[in-house]
Design a binder for this molecule. Structure first.
Ligand code: ZN
Length: 719
């Protein structure tokens, strides 16, 4: 029997880290009939019809010595035949709906600050590890999932404060840091929803979400609680992965939902759809990603709601291998999109159409032509854009929108004398994508100022990367390289403070003394600004104030200006924005800038990864070389005319920061130092008559407008 149990344990493929072994409680062999009764481990397997056949054949061989026996297996009293979900059978929801219009979806990020009566203190519900805490980290996924569901037409209902709300809560921290209980109180919810455990606000918080969902007066299609688990593999390379949890019976042992459908059948199917989509999609960016159990378990969050409900434990926040991915905003985007896709497929079946990926590349031309390129989705054939929404804004006023069918360009009338900003949203029958980066233009009225457009600038927003922090591991210590931080997508609430415990052997004692991976909490409740994708607008704002006309594009669209009616590269200056990009300039960009430099064009370039740019190319065309890493700790930069600038070097709510400012040096006598880091006394900027290169992103200067104006003046006038 033990041998059979071991074989079945191996058959599940589950790690002992997160799943108990199969135990056989009872086995009967009667002629050709075998009946097995086991503990619940086999319940957690995602059974497909083929897998059921296969395991029965194997059990027959293991017990009878041949594959033809009639085998029945009960896992925790349930015949495993009944555990094959519609998702696993390939049976799809019927209907013709492609998007999520008129769907109501309840969604919440886990945990949040709560008042602990015994300590008389507001504390987090989970440990603070790897620069974050589950209470805030889960918000990062949920805010993306929410936008995607809403872009598909769904109404999303949430019992915790959505991140755009900056109001302070009862804890004195922003409302979005607090548990659901406090948000529900602030919204006037009845005390029968949030006052259930006689002052135990931790339990109240968890249960209030489910009581709220049951009290909603709209039909809720499904409910999802997004968590991260607290398992630790003990090493830095074993992924824990994604677990889906549902509950088969309510508090009174009822096995049906409010609408009469069977809880286990419906909830398990929902859980399967979402877990399957999440693990499949995550394996495209993290091939070793693990699918954990499809688990029936008794948790309040899944037991109480009377509508289809799951807990998704997306990854383990305690496990370094999971968080190496989990602190990367690009990974979180894939995960959030997969949750949205799983929900969509569960509800709509074959009819589901997935909304397009955001447009990444666009350009606006001086004749008013706006061009863009769709972003193909290699893992989702249905996500083809069929139309676009073009948003335009003049002079910081209202956004206007127009729909463009199929074409990837539109002729706009750029009003003269004001800043004109644009972005594009891709659409199809499934809904709308998230927005593209912004481009911007400013044209002067030639009748008033006939010379003005001769000084036109091309602003190229080449800052297109987002990424997580750097990691290291040796045999004793492992974790996030000190002083390295994620480059967030837009902004993030995940970062709460630097990791301070790097000792692998240091064990978790409690959530205030949480061992290996522990981090400070001094940034908790603050947002971190990352790549905001609006740099053409930021730069253009200053150019407009200087009355310098400009147009702009993203890095992949520079070639589009060759088709202009005006001569090739007819710009007074190209302002190339690298931001915090870590990758070298593309061949296409180097070719373009080289051609432009060859016609004595002026180039402004700022980056904190000049060291990544091809050395020979940089010497030839920019007369500048990389000189030193970590070139300032004070962030103070001395410019021309005794001007002083301050750089942001750490995560903050106000603007971009750089954690890798680089020192530069001139490579020949045509080039000279234009600015230097005050503390390290090496060059922060190097210029020639035609080029000006900064070793940090100008956007990381606390007074961007001022440093950018000085840079443009210097380059255009060569003061
Ligand atoms: Zn949790």
């Amino acid at each position: 029997m033990q041998e059979l149990a071991d074989s079945l344990t191996a058959y599940t493929g589950f790690s002992p880290l997160w799943s108990p072994n199969v135990r056989i409680k009872n086995m009967r062999v009667n002629g050709n009939n075998v009946t097995l009764r086991t503990n619940a481990t086999l319940h957690d397997v995602r059974w497909t019809p083929d897998k059921i056949k296969d395991v029965k054949r194997k059990v027959s061989v293991w017990t009878l010595g041949h594959p033809k026996g009639k085998v029945t297996i009960f896992s925790a009293g349930t015949d495993i035949e009944t555990l094959v979900t519609n998702c696993a059978k390939g049976v799809y929801a019927s209907g013709k709906q492609k998007d999520l219009t008129e769907r109501n979806i309840a969604l919440w990020p886990s945990h949040g600050l709560y008042h602990n009566a015994a300590r008389d203190e507001w504390i987090w519900q989970r440990a603070t590890l790897w620069t974050t805490v589950e209470d805030l980290y889960s918000q990062e996924y949920v805010r993306l999932i929410r936008r995607m569901l809403e872009n598909a037409g769904a109404t999303v209902l949430m019992p915790r404060a959505g991140l755009e709300n900056s109001d302070l809560g009862v804890s004195g921290m922003p409302q979005w840091t607090e548990g659901a209980r406090y948000w529900l109180i602030s919204q006037g919810a009845d005390s029968t929803i949030w006052n259930l455990y006689d002052g135990d606000e931790y339990k109240d918080d968890m249960k209030s979400r489910t009581m709220w969902v049951n009290a909603l007066d709209v039909p809720v299609d499904l409910c999802l609680a997004l968590h991260t688990d607290g398992l630790d593999s003990g090493n830095d390379s074993t992924i824990v992965g994604t677990l889906a949890i549902y509950t088969a019976k309510d508090d009174d042992g009822r096995t049906t939902l409010r609408d009469g459908r069977d809880r286990e059948r419906v909830n398990r199917n929902l859980a399967d759809w979402i877990q399957t989509q999440v693990t499949t999609d995550l394996q495209t960016v993290a091939p070793e990603w693990t699918r954990r159990q499809l688990k029936e378990a008794n948790y309040c969050e899944t037991r109480v709601p009377v509508v289809p409900t799951i807990i998704l434990e997306l990854l383990s926040h305690k496990n370094m291998a999971d968080m190496k991915y989990g602190l990367d905003p690009a990974f979180r985007f894939v995960a959030a999109r997969a949750v949205y896709k799983g929900i969509l497929r569960y509800l709509n079946g074959h009819a589901a159409v997935v909304q397009p990926l955001p447009v990444q590349e666009l350009a606006i031309h001086r004749n008013g032509l706006l061009q863009w390129k769709p972003t193909p989705d290699s893992i989702e054939p249905s996500a083809q854009p069929t139309y676009y929404m073009v948003y335009t804004q003049a002079n910081n006023g209202e956004w206007n929108v127009q729909q463009v069918e199929k074409a990837t360009q539109v002729q706009l009338a750029i009003p003269q004398g004001v800043q004109f900003n644009c972005y594009v949203v891709a659409g199809n029958e499934g809904g709308l994508s998230l927005p593209s980066p912004m481009v911007s233009a400013y044209l002067q009225d030639p009748t008033n100022d006939p010379m003005a457009n001769d000084q036109m600038v091309l602003v190229v927003d080449g800052f297109n990367e987002v990424y997580g922090p750097e990691w290291f591991a040796d045999s004793t210590f492992a974790g996030i390289v000190p002083g390295t931080y994620a480059c967030e997508d837009g902004f993030s609430c995940a970062y709460i403070g630097q990791q301070w415990n790097y000792t692998r052997a240091s064990e978790w004692k409690d959530d205030d003394n949480c061992g290996w991976g522990a981090c400070y909490r001094n940034h908790a409740g603050q947002l971190t600004v990352g790549n905001t994708h609006d740099y053409a607008v930021q730069h253009g704002w200053v150019l407009r104030k200087m009355r310098i006309p400009y147009v702009s594009c993203t890095a992949g669209m520079t070639a589009s200006y060759r088709r202009d009616s005006t001569p090739e590269w007819d710009f007074a200056l190209i302002d190339y924005i690298c931001g915090r990009n870590r990758q070298p300039l593309s061949d296409q960009t180097m070719k373009m800038l080289a051609a432009y430099a060859g016609q004595a064009g002026k180039i402004l370039l700022s980056t904190d990864h000049f060291s990544a740019i091809d050395r020979v190319w940089a010497k030839k065309h920019l007369h500048t070389a990389y000189h030193a890493a970590q070139a300032t700790h004070s962030g103070r930069v001395n410019g021309t005319r005794h001007r002083l600038y301050q750089l942001a070097l750490e995560p903050n709510e106000e603007h971009l920061f750089t954690c890798t400012p680089e020192g530069l040096k001139p490579t020949d006598e045509t080039a000279r130092r234009v600015a230097s880091y005050e503390d390290m006394r090496c060059a922060a900027a190097v210029g020639t008559d035609h080029t000006l290169v900064f070793g940090f992103p100008l956007e990381a200067c606390t007074d961007f407008d001022r440093i950018y104006r000085h840079a443009i003046e210097w380059l255009l006038n060569n003061e």
